[in-house]
Design a binder for this molecule. Structure first.
Ligand code: NAD
Length: 388
Protein backbone atom coordinates (compact mmCIF):
# COMPACT_ATOMS: atom_id res chain seq x y z
CA UNK A 1 0.00 0.00 0.00
CA UNK A 2 1.23 3.51 -0.82
CA UNK A 3 2.59 5.52 2.09
CA UNK A 4 -0.02 7.39 4.12
CA UNK A 5 0.81 10.38 6.29
CA UNK A 6 -0.66 10.22 9.80
CA UNK A 7 -2.56 13.46 10.33
CA UNK A 8 -3.99 15.02 13.45
CA UNK A 9 -6.47 17.89 13.64
CA UNK A 10 -6.48 20.42 16.48
CA UNK A 11 -9.92 22.03 16.83
CA UNK A 12 -12.88 19.84 15.87
CA UNK A 13 -15.35 22.66 15.29
CA UNK A 14 -17.07 23.65 12.05
CA UNK A 15 -13.93 23.51 9.95
CA UNK A 16 -11.98 20.84 11.81
CA UNK A 17 -14.89 18.39 11.56
CA UNK A 18 -15.21 19.16 7.83
CA UNK A 19 -11.49 18.50 7.46
CA UNK A 20 -11.91 15.16 9.27
CA UNK A 21 -14.63 14.12 6.78
CA UNK A 22 -12.59 15.33 3.84
CA UNK A 23 -9.48 13.38 4.93
CA UNK A 24 -11.36 10.10 4.57
CA UNK A 25 -11.15 10.46 0.79
CA UNK A 26 -7.46 11.37 0.45
CA UNK A 27 -5.44 8.27 -0.46
CA UNK A 28 -2.09 9.40 0.99
CA UNK A 29 -3.54 10.64 4.29
CA UNK A 30 -4.83 8.86 7.38
CA UNK A 31 -6.49 10.73 10.25
CA UNK A 32 -4.93 9.30 13.40
CA UNK A 33 -5.56 11.89 16.11
CA UNK A 34 -7.88 14.72 17.10
CA UNK A 35 -7.55 17.35 19.80
CA UNK A 36 -10.11 19.77 21.21
CA UNK A 37 -10.53 21.47 24.54
CA UNK A 38 -14.15 20.27 24.58
CA UNK A 39 -14.82 16.54 24.84
CA UNK A 40 -18.18 17.02 23.08
CA UNK A 41 -16.39 18.24 19.95
CA UNK A 42 -15.31 14.68 19.12
CA UNK A 43 -18.96 13.77 18.46
CA UNK A 44 -18.54 15.75 15.26
CA UNK A 45 -15.95 13.35 13.88
CA UNK A 46 -17.26 11.02 11.18
CA UNK A 47 -18.54 7.82 12.87
CA UNK A 48 -16.06 5.63 10.96
CA UNK A 49 -13.03 7.62 12.20
CA UNK A 50 -14.41 7.90 15.74
CA UNK A 51 -13.35 4.26 16.26
CA UNK A 52 -9.76 4.56 15.02
CA UNK A 53 -8.81 8.16 15.84
CA UNK A 54 -7.15 8.94 19.18
CA UNK A 55 -9.14 11.82 20.73
CA UNK A 56 -7.38 14.03 23.26
CA UNK A 57 -8.47 17.00 25.32
CA UNK A 58 -4.92 17.11 26.64
CA UNK A 59 -2.55 18.49 24.00
CA UNK A 60 0.46 16.76 25.60
CA UNK A 61 -1.20 13.36 24.99
CA UNK A 62 -2.00 14.40 21.42
CA UNK A 63 1.68 15.03 20.61
CA UNK A 64 2.51 11.53 21.82
CA UNK A 65 0.16 9.68 19.42
CA UNK A 66 2.64 7.28 17.75
CA UNK A 67 1.49 7.61 14.13
CA UNK A 68 1.13 11.42 14.26
CA UNK A 69 3.32 13.05 11.60
CA UNK A 70 1.42 16.16 10.50
CA UNK A 71 -1.04 18.52 12.17
CA UNK A 72 -3.84 20.65 10.78
CA UNK A 73 -4.59 23.56 13.12
CA UNK A 74 -8.25 24.64 12.94
CA UNK A 75 -8.86 26.56 16.17
CA UNK A 76 -9.80 30.23 16.70
CA UNK A 77 -7.21 32.61 15.27
CA UNK A 78 -5.34 33.70 18.39
CA UNK A 79 -4.18 30.15 19.10
CA UNK A 80 -2.75 29.47 15.63
CA UNK A 81 0.78 30.70 16.33
CA UNK A 82 1.45 28.99 19.67
CA UNK A 83 0.00 25.68 18.50
CA UNK A 84 1.92 25.80 15.21
CA UNK A 85 5.18 26.49 17.04
CA UNK A 86 4.47 23.70 19.54
CA UNK A 87 3.72 21.30 16.67
CA UNK A 88 7.03 22.08 14.99
CA UNK A 89 8.87 21.70 18.29
CA UNK A 90 7.34 18.21 18.49
CA UNK A 91 8.65 17.48 15.00
CA UNK A 92 5.28 17.66 13.23
CA UNK A 93 4.62 19.00 9.74
CA UNK A 94 1.94 21.71 9.84
CA UNK A 95 -0.99 23.18 7.98
CA UNK A 96 -2.24 26.33 9.70
CA UNK A 97 -5.77 27.47 8.92
CA UNK A 98 -6.15 30.97 7.57
CA UNK A 99 -5.27 33.55 8.74
CA UNK A 100 -1.89 32.24 9.95
CA UNK A 101 -2.18 34.74 12.81
CA UNK A 102 -4.23 37.75 13.79
CA UNK A 103 -1.55 40.34 13.19
CA UNK A 104 1.77 40.78 11.46
CA UNK A 105 3.96 40.73 14.56
CA UNK A 106 2.62 37.32 15.54
CA UNK A 107 3.10 36.07 11.99
CA UNK A 108 6.71 37.24 12.16
CA UNK A 109 7.15 35.22 15.37
CA UNK A 110 5.66 32.14 13.70
CA UNK A 111 7.80 32.46 10.58
CA UNK A 112 10.97 32.98 12.64
CA UNK A 113 10.18 29.72 14.48
CA UNK A 114 9.37 27.96 11.19
CA UNK A 115 12.74 28.94 9.73
CA UNK A 116 14.38 26.83 12.42
CA UNK A 117 12.59 23.75 11.03
CA UNK A 118 13.48 23.46 7.36
CA UNK A 119 13.14 19.67 7.74
CA UNK A 120 9.36 20.09 8.21
CA UNK A 121 6.71 20.88 5.63
CA UNK A 122 4.89 24.07 6.60
CA UNK A 123 1.73 25.10 4.78
CA UNK A 124 -1.35 27.21 5.24
CA UNK A 125 -4.94 26.56 4.18
CA UNK A 126 -5.33 28.86 1.20
CA UNK A 127 -7.66 26.43 -0.48
CA UNK A 128 -8.96 29.02 -2.94
CA UNK A 129 -5.59 28.96 -4.70
CA UNK A 130 -6.64 25.56 -6.02
CA UNK A 131 -9.72 26.82 -7.90
CA UNK A 132 -9.28 26.40 -11.67
CA UNK A 133 -10.25 30.03 -12.39
CA UNK A 134 -7.70 31.36 -9.90
CA UNK A 135 -4.97 29.05 -11.19
CA UNK A 136 -5.68 30.05 -14.79
CA UNK A 137 -5.72 33.76 -13.95
CA UNK A 138 -2.39 33.40 -12.14
CA UNK A 139 -0.80 31.74 -15.16
CA UNK A 140 -2.26 34.35 -17.54
CA UNK A 141 -0.80 37.18 -15.44
CA UNK A 142 2.56 35.45 -14.97
CA UNK A 143 2.78 34.71 -18.72
CA UNK A 144 2.17 38.37 -19.54
CA UNK A 145 -1.08 37.65 -21.42
CA UNK A 146 -2.71 40.76 -19.91
CA UNK A 147 0.23 43.11 -20.36
CA UNK A 148 0.64 45.85 -17.78
CA UNK A 149 -2.19 45.82 -15.24
CA UNK A 150 -3.61 49.26 -14.53
CA UNK A 151 -6.68 48.75 -12.37
CA UNK A 152 -8.03 45.93 -10.25
CA UNK A 153 -11.47 46.02 -8.66
CA UNK A 154 -12.57 43.23 -6.40
CA UNK A 155 -16.12 43.48 -5.09
CA UNK A 156 -16.45 40.64 -2.64
CA UNK A 157 -19.72 41.35 -0.93
CA UNK A 158 -21.26 37.87 -0.94
CA UNK A 159 -19.85 36.88 2.44
CA UNK A 160 -23.33 37.44 3.91
CA UNK A 161 -23.66 36.58 7.59
CA UNK A 162 -26.61 36.96 9.98
CA UNK A 163 -26.60 38.03 13.62
CA UNK A 164 -27.22 34.38 14.54
CA UNK A 165 -23.92 33.44 12.87
CA UNK A 166 -22.03 36.02 14.91
CA UNK A 167 -23.81 34.97 18.09
CA UNK A 168 -22.96 31.28 17.47
CA UNK A 169 -19.56 31.56 19.17
CA UNK A 170 -18.53 34.06 21.83
CA UNK A 171 -15.08 34.48 20.23
CA UNK A 172 -16.61 35.46 16.90
CA UNK A 173 -16.47 39.07 15.70
CA UNK A 174 -14.62 40.32 18.77
CA UNK A 175 -11.21 41.96 18.97
CA UNK A 176 -10.12 39.65 21.79
CA UNK A 177 -11.55 36.44 20.38
CA UNK A 178 -11.10 36.79 16.63
CA UNK A 179 -8.90 39.85 16.14
CA UNK A 180 -11.12 41.47 13.53
CA UNK A 181 -14.17 40.96 11.37
CA UNK A 182 -14.63 40.43 7.66
CA UNK A 183 -10.92 41.06 6.97
CA UNK A 184 -9.79 38.43 9.48
CA UNK A 185 -12.40 35.75 9.03
CA UNK A 186 -14.01 35.84 5.60
CA UNK A 187 -11.53 37.73 3.40
CA UNK A 188 -8.14 36.12 4.09
CA UNK A 189 -8.66 34.08 0.91
CA UNK A 190 -9.21 37.15 -1.30
CA UNK A 191 -6.45 39.11 0.46
CA UNK A 192 -4.09 36.23 -0.26
CA UNK A 193 -5.27 36.02 -3.87
CA UNK A 194 -4.78 39.79 -4.26
CA UNK A 195 -1.14 39.51 -3.23
CA UNK A 196 -0.63 36.19 -5.09
CA UNK A 197 -1.92 37.66 -8.34
CA UNK A 198 -0.87 41.32 -8.14
CA UNK A 199 1.76 41.58 -5.40
CA UNK A 200 1.53 43.92 -2.44
CA UNK A 201 0.66 47.60 -2.89
CA UNK A 202 2.86 50.41 -1.66
CA UNK A 203 0.02 52.37 -0.03
CA UNK A 204 -3.37 51.56 1.41
CA UNK A 205 -6.23 53.93 2.29
CA UNK A 206 -9.37 52.36 3.66
CA UNK A 207 -12.78 53.21 5.04
CA UNK A 208 -13.69 50.68 7.70
CA UNK A 209 -17.17 50.45 9.21
CA UNK A 210 -17.51 48.86 12.63
CA UNK A 211 -20.75 46.97 13.20
CA UNK A 212 -22.57 48.75 10.41
CA UNK A 213 -24.93 45.86 9.65
CA UNK A 214 -24.63 43.71 12.78
CA UNK A 215 -24.36 44.10 16.52
CA UNK A 216 -20.62 43.39 16.58
CA UNK A 217 -17.53 45.31 17.71
CA UNK A 218 -15.40 44.65 14.61
CA UNK A 219 -15.56 45.66 10.96
CA UNK A 220 -18.33 44.33 8.73
CA UNK A 221 -17.73 46.67 5.79
CA UNK A 222 -14.48 47.81 4.15
CA UNK A 223 -13.76 49.97 1.13
CA UNK A 224 -10.03 50.08 0.39
CA UNK A 225 -7.97 51.89 -2.21
CA UNK A 226 -4.57 50.38 -2.98
CA UNK A 227 -1.69 52.03 -4.82
CA UNK A 228 0.98 49.81 -6.38
CA UNK A 229 4.37 50.74 -7.70
CA UNK A 230 4.11 51.59 -11.38
CA UNK A 231 0.77 52.27 -12.91
CA UNK A 232 -1.62 50.10 -11.00
CA UNK A 233 -4.34 50.93 -8.50
CA UNK A 234 -6.95 48.68 -6.92
CA UNK A 235 -10.24 48.85 -5.09
CA UNK A 236 -11.16 46.16 -2.62
CA UNK A 237 -14.74 46.30 -1.40
CA UNK A 238 -16.17 43.83 1.06
CA UNK A 239 -18.99 43.36 3.56
CA UNK A 240 -20.92 40.64 5.34
CA UNK A 241 -24.09 42.74 5.34
CA UNK A 242 -25.14 42.83 1.71
CA UNK A 243 -27.48 40.43 -0.08
CA UNK A 244 -27.40 38.97 -2.65
CA UNK A 245 -23.92 40.50 -2.88
CA UNK A 246 -21.28 40.00 -5.55
CA UNK A 247 -17.98 38.30 -6.04
CA UNK A 248 -16.60 40.06 -9.08
CA UNK A 249 -12.96 40.64 -9.91
CA UNK A 250 -12.33 43.00 -12.80
CA UNK A 251 -8.86 43.67 -14.16
CA UNK A 252 -8.17 46.49 -16.62
CA UNK A 253 -4.88 45.84 -18.38
CA UNK A 254 -3.14 47.11 -21.47
CA UNK A 255 -4.11 44.00 -23.45
CA UNK A 256 -7.78 44.08 -22.41
CA UNK A 257 -10.19 43.45 -19.59
CA UNK A 258 -10.61 40.29 -17.52
CA UNK A 259 -13.74 39.56 -15.51
CA UNK A 260 -13.92 36.72 -13.04
CA UNK A 261 -17.45 36.21 -11.77
CA UNK A 262 -19.52 33.15 -10.85
CA UNK A 263 -16.47 30.96 -11.42
CA UNK A 264 -16.27 32.06 -15.08
CA UNK A 265 -13.31 33.81 -16.60
CA UNK A 266 -13.92 36.20 -19.48
CA UNK A 267 -11.08 37.97 -21.31
CA UNK A 268 -12.07 40.83 -23.64
CA UNK A 269 -8.85 41.33 -25.56
CA UNK A 270 -7.72 44.55 -27.17
CA UNK A 271 -6.34 44.19 -30.69
CA UNK A 272 -3.85 46.94 -29.87
CA UNK A 273 -2.75 47.90 -26.39
CA UNK A 274 -4.74 50.71 -24.75
CA UNK A 275 -1.71 53.00 -24.41
CA UNK A 276 -0.78 52.53 -28.05
CA UNK A 277 -4.37 53.40 -29.09
CA UNK A 278 -4.31 56.52 -26.91
CA UNK A 279 -1.04 57.66 -28.50
CA UNK A 280 -1.58 56.69 -32.13
CA UNK A 281 -5.30 56.70 -32.93
CA UNK A 282 -6.44 59.12 -35.62
CA UNK A 283 -9.87 59.26 -33.93
CA UNK A 284 -10.78 61.14 -30.78
CA UNK A 285 -13.03 58.39 -29.40
CA UNK A 286 -12.28 55.03 -31.02
CA UNK A 287 -11.41 52.32 -28.56
CA UNK A 288 -9.22 49.42 -29.69
CA UNK A 289 -11.15 46.68 -31.46
CA UNK A 290 -11.71 43.67 -29.22
CA UNK A 291 -12.49 39.99 -29.31
CA UNK A 292 -14.08 38.04 -26.53
CA UNK A 293 -12.50 34.90 -25.09
CA UNK A 294 -14.53 32.83 -22.67
CA UNK A 295 -11.82 30.74 -21.12
CA UNK A 296 -12.46 27.03 -20.79
CA UNK A 297 -11.47 25.95 -17.32
CA UNK A 298 -10.53 22.41 -16.37
CA UNK A 299 -13.17 20.60 -14.35
CA UNK A 300 -11.86 20.02 -10.83
CA UNK A 301 -13.78 17.26 -9.09
CA UNK A 302 -11.61 17.25 -5.97
CA UNK A 303 -12.54 19.38 -2.98
CA UNK A 304 -10.35 22.51 -2.49
CA UNK A 305 -9.23 21.74 1.07
CA UNK A 306 -8.49 18.12 0.12
CA UNK A 307 -6.14 19.33 -2.63
CA UNK A 308 -4.14 21.34 -0.06
CA UNK A 309 -3.92 18.43 2.41
CA UNK A 310 -2.98 15.98 -0.34
CA UNK A 311 -0.34 18.44 -1.58
CA UNK A 312 1.19 18.64 1.91
CA UNK A 313 1.25 14.84 2.15
CA UNK A 314 2.96 14.71 -1.28
CA UNK A 315 5.46 17.33 -0.11
CA UNK A 316 6.28 15.16 2.92
CA UNK A 317 6.52 11.96 0.88
CA UNK A 318 8.29 13.20 -2.23
CA UNK A 319 9.22 16.86 -1.78
CA UNK A 320 6.44 18.18 -4.04
CA UNK A 321 6.24 21.97 -4.28
CA UNK A 322 3.66 23.46 -1.92
CA UNK A 323 0.57 25.21 -3.26
CA UNK A 324 0.33 27.46 -0.19
CA UNK A 325 3.59 27.77 1.77
CA UNK A 326 3.19 29.05 5.33
CA UNK A 327 5.68 31.87 4.72
CA UNK A 328 3.34 33.42 2.14
CA UNK A 329 0.58 33.69 4.75
CA UNK A 330 2.05 36.88 6.16
CA UNK A 331 1.50 38.81 2.94
CA UNK A 332 -2.31 38.80 2.75
CA UNK A 333 -2.41 39.24 6.52
CA UNK A 334 -0.31 42.38 6.22
CA UNK A 335 -2.66 43.69 3.55
CA UNK A 336 -5.69 43.16 5.81
CA UNK A 337 -3.85 44.68 8.79
CA UNK A 338 -2.95 47.69 6.62
CA UNK A 339 -6.63 48.20 5.73
CA UNK A 340 -7.65 48.11 9.40
CA UNK A 341 -4.77 50.38 10.42
CA UNK A 342 -5.68 52.89 7.73
CA UNK A 343 -9.42 52.73 8.44
CA UNK A 344 -9.17 53.00 12.22
CA UNK A 345 -6.38 55.60 12.28
CA UNK A 346 -7.99 57.46 9.37
CA UNK A 347 -4.81 57.87 7.35
CA UNK A 348 -3.06 56.38 4.35
CA UNK A 349 -0.55 53.74 5.39
CA UNK A 350 2.62 52.69 3.60
CA UNK A 351 3.69 49.06 3.32
CA UNK A 352 5.50 47.35 4.94
CA UNK A 353 3.41 48.38 7.94
CA UNK A 354 5.00 48.78 11.35
CA UNK A 355 4.03 45.53 13.05
CA UNK A 356 4.59 47.04 16.52
CA UNK A 357 2.21 49.91 15.78
CA UNK A 358 -0.45 47.47 14.62
CA UNK A 359 0.00 45.21 17.65
CA UNK A 360 -0.32 48.22 19.92
CA UNK A 361 -3.53 49.42 18.23
CA UNK A 362 -5.02 45.93 18.44
CA UNK A 363 -3.96 45.64 22.07
CA UNK A 364 -5.99 48.76 22.90
CA UNK A 365 -9.04 47.35 21.12
CA UNK A 366 -8.64 44.02 22.94
CA UNK A 367 -8.69 45.78 26.32
CA UNK A 368 -12.26 46.96 25.71
CA UNK A 369 -13.44 43.86 23.90
CA UNK A 370 -16.79 42.28 24.78
CA UNK A 371 -15.17 38.87 24.74
CA UNK A 372 -12.92 39.73 27.67
CA UNK A 373 -15.91 41.10 29.55
CA UNK A 374 -17.80 37.84 29.11
CA UNK A 375 -17.63 35.01 31.63
CA UNK A 376 -15.25 32.97 29.49
CA UNK A 377 -12.10 34.56 30.88
CA UNK A 378 -10.53 31.18 31.33
CA UNK A 379 -10.88 30.53 27.63
CA UNK A 380 -9.31 33.90 26.85
CA UNK A 381 -6.43 33.19 29.18
CA UNK A 382 -5.84 29.88 27.42
CA UNK A 383 -6.13 31.24 23.95
CA UNK A 384 -4.77 34.77 23.97
CA UNK A 385 -1.16 35.35 23.23
CA UNK A 386 0.58 37.62 25.65
CA UNK A 387 2.67 39.45 23.09
CA UNK A 388 0.55 42.60 22.71
N1 NAD B 1 -10.21 27.50 4.97
C1 NAD B 1 -11.51 27.68 5.10
O1 NAD B 1 -12.25 27.57 4.12
C2 NAD B 1 -12.10 28.00 6.44
C3 NAD B 1 -13.49 28.09 6.60
C4 NAD B 1 -13.99 28.35 7.90
C5 NAD B 1 -13.13 28.54 8.97
N2 NAD B 1 -11.78 28.46 8.75
C6 NAD B 1 -10.83 28.67 9.86
O2 NAD B 1 -10.86 27.54 10.72
C7 NAD B 1 -10.55 27.96 12.05
C8 NAD B 1 -11.63 27.47 13.01
O3 NAD B 1 -12.86 28.04 12.63
P1 NAD B 1 -14.23 27.30 12.97
O4 NAD B 1 -15.29 28.03 12.24
O5 NAD B 1 -14.10 25.82 12.76
O6 NAD B 1 -14.36 27.59 14.53
P2 NAD B 1 -15.24 26.80 15.61
O7 NAD B 1 -15.47 27.72 16.75
O8 NAD B 1 -16.42 26.15 14.95
O9 NAD B 1 -14.27 25.61 16.07
C9 NAD B 1 -13.09 25.82 16.81
C10 NAD B 1 -12.82 24.58 17.66
O10 NAD B 1 -11.54 24.73 18.26
C11 NAD B 1 -11.63 24.30 19.62
N3 NAD B 1 -10.53 24.93 20.35
C12 NAD B 1 -10.40 26.22 20.74
N4 NAD B 1 -9.20 26.44 21.30
C13 NAD B 1 -8.55 25.26 21.27
C14 NAD B 1 -7.28 24.84 21.71
N5 NAD B 1 -6.40 25.69 22.28
N6 NAD B 1 -6.94 23.52 21.54
C15 NAD B 1 -7.80 22.65 20.96
N7 NAD B 1 -9.04 23.00 20.54
C16 NAD B 1 -9.40 24.29 20.67
C17 NAD B 1 -13.01 24.73 20.07
O11 NAD B 1 -13.45 23.99 21.19
C18 NAD B 1 -13.83 24.40 18.80
O12 NAD B 1 -14.31 23.07 18.80
C19 NAD B 1 -10.40 29.47 12.01
O13 NAD B 1 -9.04 29.80 11.81
C20 NAD B 1 -11.17 29.86 10.75
O14 NAD B 1 -10.73 31.07 10.16
C21 NAD B 1 -11.28 28.18 7.53
Amino acid sequence: MARQIGFGIIGIGNMGSAHARMMQDIPNVKLVAACDIKESAFDRLPPESRKSVVCCTDIEKFWQVPELEAVLIAVPHYSHVDLAIAAMEHGKHIIVEKPISVHKKEAERLLAAAEKHPELVRSTMFNQRTLPAHRKLKSMIDNGDLGEINRVTWIITDWFRTQLYYDSGDWRATWAGEGGGVLLNQCPHQLDLMQWLFGLPEKVSAQVKIGKHHDIEVEDEVNAYLEYSGNCIANFITTTGEAPGSNRLEIAAQKGKVILENGELLFIRNEVETGEQIRNSTSGFAKPETWECRINLPVESRQQHAIIVENVADAIISGKELIAPLAEGIRGLELGNAMLLSGLKKRTVTLPIDSDEYAQMLGELVKNSRFIKKESKEYVAENMNSTY
